[in-house]
Design a protein around this ligand. Structure first.
Ligand code: NAD
Length: 251
């Protein structure tokens, strides 16, 4: 077996997933880039040295099984593919609820389960991507926030059950990043509210989230499992009053 480690990143055609694929490749890993947007994936795969494109919708159990059947080594699975729909609870109809759960929750479950034989063989690890919306509730996110809170709990379930096989499972909760997903749902009001609520007073970058993901995937995190790491500029740790106090620290 070659010494080169292999990572599979879902939702790798753009945004945080693409940055994660690039970071793994820069660290010498081979990357399997999975996405349901085959066209976009085809455009970017050659930018990631040695990467392989996998066209798959992670909410489709048969498609997931067939993709994982074709893989012979896996050291890290990054469950990053996600969708966001924001709206009031009364307007979140069942079809919309199901479409969010189908990718964010079902897809994460399906890929993790399909990857298990490979991860047990390599004593590899899983990095799930949840969100600060899974840690703290806010308006309009009944489906999205609930799906991400479930991903956080799934991470703990995985860590509890897979530790005896040497398989670790951790979770990264990104704060706001200006990706296509975020910009589709972040109105100007939401953008302003994030600036007010984030101690570092800015959005994060795709690369900053990727750094947290590849750290948890690496040997440097070999005794870390079941952890939920917010890469969020301090949002999760902060309560009310931040804007009112800003700039008055020296007084
Ligand atoms: N951008 C943010 O502010 C932010 C904040 C918190 C959490 N996140 C999470 O980070 C992850 C990546 O988000 P992003 O902002 O880079 O989004 P993005 O929309 O830029 O990229 C998501 C990628 O996932 C793919 N995808 C979606 N559903 C899929 C499916 N069913 N099967 C296969 N591929 C699928 C899309 O085609 C796309 O390429 C998501 O899980 C998201 O919830 C993002």
């Amino acid at each position: 077996m070659s010494e080169q480690k292999v990572a599979l990143v879902t939702g790798a055609a753009r945004g945080i997933g693409l940055a994660t694929a690039q970071d793994f490749a820069a660290q010498g890993w081979q990357v399997l880039m999975l996405d349901r947007d085959a066209e976009e994936l085809g455009r970017v795969v050659s930018d990631v040295p040695g990467a392989v494109a996998l066209d798959c919708d992670i909410s489709d159990a048969d498609a997931v099984a067939s993709v994982f059947n074709g893989i012979d080594r896996l050291d890290c699975l990054v469950n990053n593919a996600g969708v966001a729909q924001f709206g009031p609870i009364e307007q979140c109809d069942f079809a919309l609820w199901r479409s969010v759960m189908a990718t964010n929750l079902d897809g994460t479950f399906l890929c993790s389960q399909a990857a298990l034989p490979l991860l047990k063989a390599s004593r590899g690890n899983i990095v799930n991507i949840a969100s600060i919306s899974g840690l703290r509730a806010s308006t309009l996110r009944v489906a999205y926030g609930t799906s991400k809170a479930a991903v956080i709990q799934m991470t703990k379930q995985q860590a509890a059950e897979l530790g005896e096989f040497g398989v670790r499972a951790n979770c990264v909760c990104p704060g706001p990043v200006r990706t296509k997903l975020a910009m589709a749902v972040h109105s100007q009001d939401i953008i302003d509210a994030y600036h007010d609520a984030v101690p570092l007073n800015r959005y994060g970058s795709e690369a900053e989230i990727a750094n947290a993901i590849t750290f948890l995937a690496s040997e440097k995190a070999s005794y870390i499992t079941g952890q939920i790491l917010a890469a969020d500029g301090g949002f999760d740790s902060t309560g009310v009053g931040l804007p009112a106090l800003r700039g008055k620290g020296a007084a």
